[in-house]
Design a protein around this ligand. Structure first.
Ligand SMILES: [Zn+2]
Length: 106
């Protein structure tokens, strides 16, 4: 009797592809080496302006705090490792961010 109601038309419509954010390119052979250091426990409020895609194990975030900008790198593995770049004025750090995304800096 109710055997014909098991399949609704349209139930097999595929979901949209998953959203991907920015992917940083692999580093060039002779890339500029960003000096990563352990985060300092500054009591400033950090704002994240940009971040790379969550699908990667390593995520980069372009952050600002106290009028300066820096890049935060989070490596997610068995342990989570957080490192921060030096802090620079906005224009210089945004340039470094673009160099990081292009693989020119790493
Ligand atoms: Zn992705």
């Amino acid at each position: 009797m109710g055997a014909s109601a098991d399949k609704q038309p349209g139930a097999d419509i595929p979901l949209p592809p998953p959203y991907h954010g920015i992917h940083a390119s692999p580093p060039w052979d002779r890339h500029y080496k960003i000096a990563w250091s352990k985060p300092t426990n500054r009591s400033d409020r950090v704002r994240v302006h940009r971040h790379t895609c969550e699908c990667k194990a390593t995520i980069y975030e372009l952050c600002s705090a106290g009028g300066l900008m820096f890049i935060r790198r989070t490596k997610r593995g068995v342990k989570v490792e957080v490192r921060e770049s030096e802090r620079l004025v906005s224009a210089r750090m945004r340039l470094l961010w673009l160099r990081l995304l292009s693989g020119e800096a790493h």
